[in-house]
Write a protein that binds this ligand. Structure first.
Ligand code: WQD
Length: 347
């Protein structure tokens, strides 16, 4: 493994997607420093990363909404050349209840990073965005040219505003680049089962709730509606393996730092291109693991999109990246992670 000289700052790097991305960055030879305020993750994740890669990433506990924290970070790590910004609050429902927390956390974090990148010689920032910017798309699969719809939650709005902030800052002549990655639905866990999704409290997202039901922590999975205009009536999403997603971030960083493109900003949809319904996903999990998931159809969840899945052709062609994991393998990785959490007495 050739050690690359450019250090990468990963904000929110002890979180679900951040931690999997740190693993892939290290295995690609990048030195990494993580900053995370641990508001929705644990410092134990750093141990998990080290168990996988054999290299302990530098870790700074801190809140990037405080500009002095970010200034100190760049002073301590003058070799940071790239940033991947995951640090954000991300629960759709919570954002409706606590809009100020979401706008302050998600936007101030980004503004502080953008403000200090130029003076510290940082060459680029990869921004963690979401398919939520498309709202209910007019057609599926969704390309990057699809219209941005008015956000249906403050969380989704912070992603839209963040993309606009990045665009305005770079169009004003900032001396760095950006790659915006719009994720569809990240799921699964690292095949080592050393890291995975570990939501605080009652999971809002489907897969952690499903695996907690399968292992008996939850008594039953509620399927939010089967009266949608889809083949089996349940909502359709593009479930992308978190390791496949993480690999795309390494490619994006490499692209920025080696000036593979003249473009100052590039945007990519990261999905599999396959739309899968909730009921199909439950069936895939049960077939892949042999474990039943008690579930019941209940009413729709407010704000849910009926169907959204990616056209990943642009990322496939331009980044040379393609999601390769099967949904069955991904479900098995999620289940192995849930079993590991029980083995460790964590859940
Ligand atoms: C998926 C499907 C639910 C839970 C959100 C954000 C997105 C990203 C991922 C952060 C939907 C159904 C869910 C349950 C269910 N956020 N469901 N029972 O809403 O597509 O996306 O999370 O990165 O930006 O918008 O993900 O996993 O909550 O829901 O039936 O207990 O599963 O109705 O159809 P979603 P989700």
């Amino acid at each position: 493994m050739t050690i690359k000289k450019d250090r990468i700052l990963v904000t929110g790097g002890t979180g679900y997607i951040g931690s999997h991305t740190v693993v892939e960055l290290q295995q690609a030879g990048y030195p990494v420093v993580i900053i995370d305020n641990l508001s929705n993750s644990s410092a134990d994740v750093v141990d998990g990363i080290e168990r996988i890669t054999g290299v302990r990433p530098d870790f700074v506990k801190g809140d990037c909404t405080d500009i002095n924290t970010v200034k100190a970070l760049f002073a301590d790590y003058p070799d940071i050349k790239g940033i991947i910004n995951f640090a954000a609050s991300k629960a759709v429902g919570e954002s409706v209840q606590k809009p100020i927390l979401y706008y302050r956390n998600n936007l101030n974090t980004l503004l502080n990073l953008l403000d200090l990148m130029g003076p510290n010689g940082v060459k680029g920032i990869v921004f963690s965005s979401s398919c939520t910017v498309y709202g209910e798309p007019d057609e599926n699969p969704v390309t990057e040219a699809a219209p941005i719809k008015k956000a249906t939650s403050p969380y989704g709005n912070t992603k839209q505003i963040s993309e606009e902030i990045i665009t305005d800052v770079i169009n004003a002549g900032a001396p760095f680049k950006s790659v915006i990655l719009r994720y569809f639905n990240p799921v699964g866990a690292h095949p080592s089962a050393e890291i995975g999704e570990l939501p605080n409290g009652v999971p809002q997202n489907l897969i952690p709730y499903l695996t907690q039901t399968a292992i008996g922590i939850r008594s039953e999975l509620s399927v939010f509606g089967d009266d949608y205009n889809t083949p089996d009536g349940s909502c359709i999403r593009d479930y992308i393996n978190v390791v496949d997603l993480a690999k795309a971030h390494v490619i994006a960083v490499e692209r920025m730092l080696t000036d593979k493109s003249d473009a100052k900003i590039e945007t990519f949809n990261l999905g599999t291109g396959n739309g899968v319904s909730v009921l199909e996903l439950i069936n895939t999990f049960e077939e892949a693991t042999g474990v039943k998931v008690p579930h019941r159809i209940v009413g729709r969840r407010a704000g849910d999109i009926e169907k959204v899945w990616a056209n990943p052709a642009y990322a496939n062609d331009v980044l040379g990246w393609k999601a390769s994991s099967s949904l069955a393998d991904t479900m098995r990785s999620a289940w192995a992670w849930q079993l590991k959490l029980r083995e460790r007495g964590i859940m």
